[in-house]
Design a protein around this ligand. Structure first.
Ligand SMILES: Nc1nc2c(ncn2[C@@H]2O[C@H](COP(=O)(O)OP(=O)(O)OP(=O)(O)O)[C@@H](O)[C@H]2O)c(=O)[nH]1
Length: 557
């Protein structure tokens, strides 16, 4: 059996113990350095900034971790250093701190002491915890309908889009199944042999029993006000009158089921003090975010590139390079111009805070932070960046990545594949005779075809695959960790399902097909050669009669 994940309480307890342990050896070291420097004024001048930084961070982190007395002493020592301290002053503070540290160690060993201190740190409730993220795009759909006419067609379309569909012929078996396993969405017929509104009544009973409505769409033979009202009262969000166009229903199901989260918000924490970095990372992770820690500012740029965070949380006082200098270096690079940066510091001098913000920093949070304040400040700014990035990087009609973002993401994925020696495949997909679709059925119908293919790709490919709209009716996909043969099989199954989707333009029903060309990495080692090779295969698929998938051999180029 796997061990349960450590609780916030356990993580903080460990952090406090580690903090005291490391502080003890650091303090002894500082005391020795100070003693040695006392005979030499130059040595003392050299040591002063380091001492200042030490007391400053001890003040902030000590308070964050609930060591109030230690933090107070560090605060006084820092204050003393800003004037001209006598040797005796500093000696006294160091002695006091060492004594306090010993007391804290004893206190920590007692369970009661740990509980008391943690109560102060840990007394917050995370109201904004994110729901566990789905890792699959597949939805569980319950379809309850006893009329056979349209059911097969509906099930076929729902399955084409990768959904798991369970069909019920009567409301009783549907009712029991919901209590057993709650679906992501329900499609419910209203009328059954035992009642004109048996479908909506069943949904109402389930709503009363479970305390929440099911995400449901109703299918009805009637369009009168009362039928619609009973559906609304049952908590249904969609209402279709029969006969239903399967594709319209499909799009409604897509909207009804919660949008797929793009993964947790990512925060890069840069702090030279490992315990401070770990403490803030623990709080952010507890709120469902992903936090990566860097303890040397010199590693920050590489971590930014690898981790691609939505926000940077940076300590202001660090050796080698201050938070302000790091923020300036980052802002000088165009790709990080929009990255939100938040300073974390014990600095309370508002003048210094304002001047540090001149580097283009979004906010200043003073240590010790209130967990809720940290989480909401980070969440708000990181989500805003996500939204901005999404607007800039996605095609507005389909929600897929636009041309430039697709190319950029594919290049990054290939660089990683080079390092990890993995294999990927690329598919170039182009809708067949699309000009005719527009000419015969109109541009709106053409748009519907493009949107449907985009949704099909999104619902059937993995979250890690890169899917982009390359041009008008042309799409590109990078399928990760798969060889050309498997990729061709997968795209071919999509091709087959797409060719069976019914589109409607007014009363006219029509179908569409696509052709695709496949190339593979590392046989094609760059984005450009992968694209050229896949394009060549696509050209061949078109020449050979369309509605097919062709894999280009490496030496065909
Ligand atoms: N409705 C709609 N049409 C578009 C969009 N973008 C491009 N198109 C049209 O897509 C058509 C593409 O036509 P062609 O490149 O000649 O190719 P095709 O007719 O698909 O023929 P093959 O690719 O050879 O099978 C053009 O008529 C474009 O106007 C769009 O966003 N919406």
């Amino acid at each position: 059996m796997s061990k349960p994940a450590p609780s916030l309480h356990d993580k903080l307890t460990q952090l406090r113990e580690r903090f005291i342990e490391q502080l003890s050896s650091r303090l002894v070291q500082i005391a020795e350095q100070w003693q040695q420097s006392c005979s030499c004024p130059e040595e003392q001048t050299r040591l002063a900034p380091e001492l200042h930084r030490f007391f400053h961070s001890l003040k902030g982190t000590g308070r964050s971790l609930g060591f109030e007395r230690l933090a107070m002493l560090a605060d006084q020592a820092e204050e003393a250093l800003t004037t001209v301290p006598t040797r005796g002053d500093i000696d006294a503070y160091i002695t006091h701190l060492l004594q306090q540290l010993r007391d804290e160690q004893q206190h920590l060993r007692s369970h009661h002491g740990q509980q008391q201190a943690l109560a102060a740190v840990n007394s917050f409730e995370l109201t904004n915890q994110v729901e566990p993220l789905r890792n699959k795009r597949q939805r569980l759909i319950y379809l309850c309908d006893d009329e056979p006419e349209q059911v097969d067609q509906l099930i076929h379309h729902l399955r084409c889009f990768g959904h798991e569909v369970v069909h019920f012929l009567d409301t009783e078996s549907f009712f029991n199944a919901v209590l057993n396993r709650r679906p992501d969405a329900v499609i419910m017929d209203v009328q059954f042999p035992h009642g004109q509104t048996a479908g909506t009544e069943t949904l109402t009973s389930l709503k009363k029993l479970t305390g929440q409505p099911l995400p449901a769409i109703v299918l009805s033979a009637h369009s009168d006000f009362h039928s619609r009202l009973s559906a609304v009262r049952a908590g249904c969000s969609g209402y279709f009158t029969k006969p239903v166009k399967p594709l319209d229903l499909m799009l409604a199901v897509d909207e009804l089921t919660a949008p797929i989260a793009e993964g947790p918000l990512k925060v890069l924490v840069v702090d030279d003090e490992p315990e401070a970095a770990a403490y803030h990372a623990v709080l952010l992770e507890e709120a469902g975010m992903l936090a990566h820690q860097v303890h040397h500012p010199t590693d920050a740029l590489a971590a930014l590139e690898r981790f691609n965070p939505d926000l940077l949380l940076v300590d202001m006082y660090m050796p080698v390079c201050s938070g302000e200098e790091l923020a300036t270096i980052i802002r000088q690079q165009p790709e990080y111009l929009g990255l939100p940066i938040i300073y974390l510091s014990s600095e309370t001098d508002s003048q210094k805070q304002v001047s540090a913000m001149a580097a283009g920093v979004e906010a200043f949070i003073t240590k010790p932070v209130q967990p809720e304040d940290l989480i909401s400040a980070v969440q708000l700014r990181a989500e805003r960046l996500r939204l901005l990035r999404s607007l800039m990087s996605r095609d507005s009609m389909t929600g897929l990545y636009n041309h430039s973002t697709t190319t950029e993401l594919i290049s990054k994925a290939l660089a990683q594949a080079h390092r990890e020696k993995s294999q990927h495949a690329m598919a170039m997909i182009d809708i067949d005779n699309f000009k005719q679709v527009n000419d015969i059925h109109g541009h709106l119908a053409g748009d519907q075809v493009i949107i449907t293919l985009a949704r099909l790709l999104k619902s059937r490919l993995r979250l890690s695959d890169i899917i982009g709209r390359y041009g008008g009716e042309e799409f590109v996909v990078l399928l990760k960790s798969i060889n050309a043969e498997k990729a061709a099989e997968l795209i071919d199954s999509l091709r087959n399902d797409f060719s069976l989707v019914d589109f409607h333009a007014g009363d006219v029903r029509f179908r569409c097909t696509f052709s695709a060309g496949i190339s593979s990495f590392p046989e094609q080692p760059s984005t450009e050669s992968l694209r050229l090779n896949a394009d060549q295969a696509l050209y061949r698929a078109k020449r050979q009669g369309r509605n097919q998938v062709v894999t280009e051999l490496a030496n065909d180029l």
